[in-house]
Design a protein around this ligand. Structure first.
Ligand code: SF4
Length: 401
């Protein structure tokens, strides 16, 4: 499909996160089933969840892609025929594959679209041309490719091209790393990456026997590309992808919101101006993240894309809950995740408007309409109705010192 702006593709680590991403503007989501994917610790989808995911997405004109991109041994292919048939029955829009044998098998079994996973590290038009002959319709380029290189690959091959625009980076060629295997016994190419590159290591120089401690020389900053949206669009990139199936519910909603607003901004004004970038920076800083960097998108990532000292993912904000029900002009029912109390300042994260709604809590009731002075985690409480709030909006609060 020809689009005037790229598709926004968001991670769906669970059914709840899938709904969050689509409600906040994702055009498509990617998710894993119980087998064959690269995130064994994510809440991978059961059959009935997959079915519900596709129904939910399609009812909102969003697409669903299923990852089958683990490095596979013969025994791992067991059951794949019936799984592919299931995906077809549910109406899944594409599968994401890295193994040539899997590509060949799926092509022989089904007409489902096949996207080449970033895990295949395709970085050239020569590689892309080969995969096209194998039946691939879209190539998800390795994170080492620049937008300029992606543009040429698209022009030469005519394939759909997808690129990462946001999320954690890998210091290795898109996952081709075995540090996690040997230090933690967890296979990074079969769904078990322990993010060993984030750990602190001691580096000893043989030359002068100098020891440097607590260095994080393999820990990459996070990718962020809001300001590059015009370049993606003008290069004809078909899909921009957010990493992070294992990230929080806050991330699942708030990151797609920023990028869907950025795409809208570019669509309407043909530019992303400084005011918009400042707004996006503010919004993205509210979500847990490491320092941001633009990776290889414009020029080769180097020293500046790696931390000089240890840095954890941090955020000053916490999700306090979600709007469960709305009684017009009366109250909002809130599913509480983190406790809040009278006098707290909360922020309702809007689905479609750039601006969020900030307010002070001046009344809390339980479901029997008894007044309370606080809302406890795991409960549902009522607060007074507010205009322009939608069902399932996220509510967040600045963390208390
Ligand atoms: S340990 Fe780090 S570099 Fe290795 S695969 Fe995992 S994220 Fe990538």
């Amino acid at each position: 499909m020809m689009r005037s702006v790229p598709e926004l593709l968001a991670p769906a680590g669970s059914l709840e996160k899938l709904k969050m991403a689509i409600n906040y503007g994702a055009d498509a989501v990617y998710l894993g089933g119980q087998k064959y994917g690269l995130r064994s610790a994510a809440d991978n989808f059961t059959s009935w969840e997959l079915k519900e995911a596709v129904e939910f997405a399609h009812a909102r004109s969003a697409l669903v892609y299923v990852v089958l991109n683990s490095f596979l041994h013969d025994q791992d292919f067991s059951g794949i025929e019936s799984f592919i048939r299931e995906l077809e029955d549910y109406g899944v829009d594409a599968v994401i594959v890295s193994d040539l044998g899997m590509v060949s098998l799926i092509s022989s079994l089904s007409s489902i679209s096949i996207h080449l996973s970033t895990q295949a590290s395709c970085l050239s038009s020569y590689g892309a041309e080969f995969w096209k002959k194998m039946g691939i319709t879209r190539v998800i380029l390795g994170r080492e490719a620049s937008i300029e290189e992606a543009k040429k690959i698209k022009e030469k091959t005519g394939l759909e091209v997808e690129m990462f625009i946001h999320g954690s980076m890998c210091m290795s060629y898109s996952g081709h790393c075995v540090i996690s295997n040997y230090t933690q016994g967890r296979d990074s190419n079969r769904g078990g990456c322990a993010h060993s590159c984030r750990f602190e290591y001691t580096l000893t120089s043989e030359k002068d026997n100098q020891t440097v401690t607590a260095t994080t020389f393999m820990s990459s900053k996070d990718l962020e590309g809001v300001a590059l949206i015009p370049q993606f669009a003008e290069a004809g990139i078909d899909s921009i992808k957010v990493e992070g199936r294992m990230k929080s519910i806050h991330y699942a909603g708030a990151v797609p919101k920023v990028y869907s607003q950025a795409l809208k901004e570019y669509h309407d004004h043909k530019e992303i101006d400084l005011d918009f970038i400042k707004w996006a920076d503010r919004e993205l800083s509210k979500i847990s993240h490491r320092s941001y960097h633009d990776g290889n998108l414009v020029s080769k990532a180097g020293e500046k894309s790696i931390f000089s000292e240890r840095e954890n993912e941090e955020s000053d904000y916490v999700i306090v809950g979600q709007v469960l029900e709305i009684a017009e002009q009366k109250y909002l029912a809130i599913q509480v995740r983190t406790g809040f109390k009278l006098g707290d300042n909360l922020e309702i994260v809007s689905f479609s408007s750039r601006e969020n709604l900030e307010f002070q809590v001046n009344e809390i009731c339980d479901l029997q309409k008894n007044l309370c002075d606080k809302a406890n985690p795991g409960t549902v409480v009522l607060i007074p109705w507010l205009a322009n709030v939608e069902r399932f909006n996220l509510i967040r609060m600045r963390k208390k010192a």
